[in-house]
Design a protein around this ligand. Structure first.
Ligand SMILES: CC/C=C\CC/C=C/CC(=O)SCCNC(=O)CCNC(=O)[C@H](O)C(C)(C)COP(=O)(O)OP(=O)(O)OC[C@H]1O[C@@H](n2cnc3c(N)ncnc32)[C@H](O)[C@@H]1OP(=O)(O)O
Length: 278
């Protein structure tokens, strides 16, 4: 529960005076504003495995229960927000773990995309594939220069499912979504700003958080109930489409990942990531 976070403790970090740390997700709540900075903490790239997805989902659920005023999603890495699903979990996967992975991702998206408070992504680095989905699930995105963001699933040989497409359609024009998804395109920060995939550029991580705080502050005069009802009206259709087809969506993911050509690609892809250092 986040309630214990709201106890008065000695201020640690700027105005953020309440903090808890799980290994995978750190939470700091500003007692004055009620805004939470939630930091992904799975080095080296915040690869999303079941534990990381569940940890983040639980934090968002707790923030929801405790009537959080806003969320800033950040990362403990120097230059990576999130590199997407943990590739080692989808290459030669254990079938039960693969199902758990996608189910956890569905659950997290339902909570984050449908959150009843303003949500922002402070992108202090790359946000690829599943990492981009996290960013798109928020209401606002601020990114540092020279980073990359996008959904490269078609490059991997898989097709983004309806709720992932809906998250992108919520942000970009129909034309940009088509180009982005069909080409599996990854955008640099300035290109992402041009097409509207991010909302602002900030010089560094601190500034991404400051800009997210400023965005959330714009909602201070908006009534919480009206906010959440309006968001539900705007996003509810995509969420209910997934909730009514969880099993079909899961099967599509499992079949896509188990496709031999996808597995073959993943093998080469993982090797190419490893060999970058040599
Ligand atoms: C049917 C439904 C379909 C779609 C729905 C959505 C599905 C999403 C699927 C995914 O999310 S799959 C994940 C796709 N992610 C990527 O393609 C990103 C791959 N990574 C990169 O491009 C780069 O690592 C980076 C740009 C994020 C960072 O580059 P850099 O700073 O140069 O770091 P390294 O490349 O050296 O990486 C450090 C270390 O981390 C390993 N790694 C990178 N990404 C992942 C990952 N996603 N999962 C697991 N591990 C990853 C990399 O291999 C390095 O490992 P070492 O052992 O060599 O240190």
């Amino acid at each position: 529960m986040i309630s214990f976070l709201m106890r008065r403790t000695i201020p640690r970090c700027r105005a953020y005076s309440s903090q808890t740390t799980s290994e995978l997700t750190k939470v700091e709540v500003n007692e004055k504003t009620g805004v939470a900075v939630v930091t992904l903490n799975r080095p080296p790239v915040n690869g999303l495995n079941v534990a990381a997805l569940r940890s983040l989902e639980k934090v968002i659920g707790d923030l929801e229960t405790n009537k959080c005023k806003g969320l800033i999603l950040s990362s403990s890495s120097k230059n990576i927000f999130c590199a997407g699903l943990d590739l080692t979990e989808i290459y030669k996967p254990d079938q039960e773990k693969l199902k758990s992975l996608w189910t956890a991702f569905q659950d997290l998206w339902i909570k984050l995309y449908g959150a009843s408070f303003p949500t922002t992504a402070a992108l202090n680095g790359h946000a690829i594939a599943g990492g981009c989905v996290l960013a798109l699930s928020c209401d606002y995105r601020v990114m540092v220069p020279n980073s990359s963001i996008g959904l490269n699933e078609t490059e991997l040989g898989i097709s983004p499912t309806a709720w992932i497409i809906a998250s992108m359609q919520n942000v970009l024009s129909k034309r940009s979504v088509e180009l982005a998804l069909l080409q599996g395109r990854i955008y640099k920060t300035n290109q992402a700003l041009e097409i509207g995939l991010i909302d602002e550029i900030a010089n560094d991580k601190d500034e991404t958080i400051k800009k997210c705080e400023e965005f959330i502050a714009k909602y201070s005069r908006v009534q919480s109930l009206a906010f959440s009802l309006t968001k539900r009206e705007l996003r509810g259709k995509a969420i209910s489409e997934l909730t009514s087809n969880r099993q079909g969506d899961l099967q599509f993911f499992v079949d896509s990942i188990n496709n031999p050509s996808v597995q073959k690609f993943l093998e080469k892809y993982l090797q190419s990531l490893k060999s970058k250092k040599n």
